[in-house]
Design a protein around this ligand. Structure first.
Ligand code: NAP
Ligand code: GDD
Length: 319
């Protein structure tokens, strides 16, 4: 039975990846940082099947102990301060966790067992003010937020440990992926939750920022499969994962509201508060390398994703 360590187990991707690895008969060790209240909402259905342990990307010793105790063959580093707006309010913390945290994990692997296969959760936010359309593994980076800058560091330190120490260190450059388990402050979930609230008469309006931003949105459940595939290859590498389609926030609103027989124009209010100091206007992936090398294809379409999220929030709010 192979053992995998997942940092960020309490997050959206951590929960889907844990489900996938359990199906593949892994022993799953999930790393959660200590907090005064337990936040296992996304993993409560599998918490008895995995081992949740305390650890923090800001604490080198905790990472070393984890690797020594559980002896994993694979480490998936999904933990991060992942919300872009917060990265302007807490830039130093974002750098410490999202950038330097990657070095701490790589150092722990190098000291304990350099044969451990390592996955780094890199991001399409690294492309930022895009220098090429669509974006592939060779597109230069131009990050637009402290979060994007931190992810560029995390990507390059992963490549550097691969080249310096011959470690199996792989970087998955994932475009936006969403699900009913997405955090409430991200735009897709904010919209699906508001649509459900408005439909059920609990909410009156939805305040949003830039409706023209375009993203390549896929389903998180599909994307964790790509993470696993990357660590099953013969060699470590960098892979872009996305759908190859782009849609605006406005389009997301149109489909989400119309799925509930509502018109978004009656409820969406533009609010300057949600505009960003520097915006990423357009993201669209060229996932051809992943399709050829990993034989990976997303299963859920954009429209299905939107309707799955709205239906899920409707069912939750009705309960
Ligand atoms: P998420 O839901 O925000 O989860 C982030 C996880 O990191 C949470 O479990 C969080 O724990 C944990 N964490 C934060 N600071 C930590 C620390 N100092 N030590 C240990 N754990 C810490 O993010 P996600 O959507 O699942 O994304 C997973 C990873 O992929 C992230 O690195 C993100 O930046 C990256 N990514 C995401 C997307 C996307 O569209 N979802 C796209 C590209 C890349 P708490 O629950 O305690 O906060
Ligand atoms: N969050 C939010 N809230 N975004 C809004 C709003 C709003 O009220 N109104 C408009 N937007 C726009 C943002 O300006 C941005 O252009 C777009 O919606 C998407 O915002 P988010 O859903 O917050 O995601 P993100 O693209 O900034 O970042 C996510 O994807 C990255 C991959 O590209 C996060 O998951 C990152 O962790 C991830 O790396």
């Amino acid at each position: 039975m192979p053992t995998a360590i997942i940092t960020g187990i309490t997050g959206q991707d951590g929960s889907y990846l844990a489900e996938l690895l359990l199906k593949k008969e892994y022993r799953v060790i999930g790393v959660a940082r200590r907090s005064s209240t337990v936040n296992y909402e996304r993993i409560e259905h599998i918490v008895d099947d995995i081992t949740v342990v305390q650890g923090d990307l800001q604490d080198q010793g905790s990472l070393l102990s984890l690797l020594e105790e559980y002896k994993p063959s694979e480490v998936y580093n999904l933990a991060a301060q992942s919300f872009v707006p917060t990265s302007w309010n807490q830039p130093a913390l974002t750098g410490d966790v999202t950038a330097l945290g990657v070095t701490r994990m790589l150092e722990a692997i190098r000291f304990v067992n350099p044969k451990i296969r390592f996955y780094q959760a890199s991001s399409s936010e690294m492309f930022g003010k895009v220098l090429e359309v669509p974006q592939n593994e060779d597109t230069p980076f131009y990050p637009r937020s402290p979060y994007g800058v931190a992810k560029v560091y995390g990507h390059w330190i992963t490549v550097n440990y691969r080249e310096s120490f011959d470690m199996f260190a792989t970087s998955g450059i994932l475009f936006n992926h969403e699900s009913p388990r997405r955090g409430m402050e991200f735009v897709t979930r904010k919209i699906s939750n508001a649509v459900a609230g408005i439909k059920l008469g609990k909410t009156k309006e939805l305040r949003l920022g830039n409706l023209e931003a375009q993203r390549d949105w896929g389903f998180a459940g599909d994307y964790v499969e790509a993470m696993w595939l990357m660590l099953q290859q013969d060699h470590p590498d960098n892979y872009v994962i996305g759908t190859g389609e782009t849609h605006s926030v406005r389009e997301f609103c149109e489909i989400a509201f119309s799925h509930a027989d509502l018109d978004y124009k009656d409820f969406v209010v533009m609010d300057e508060k949600f505009y960003r100091p520097a915006e990423v206007d357009l993201l669209i992936s060229d996932p051809s390398k992943a399709r050829a090398a990993l034989k990976w294809e997303p299963a859920v379409s954009f429209k299905e994703l939107v309707t799955i999220m709205v239906d899920s929030d409707l069912a939750r709010l009705k309960r």
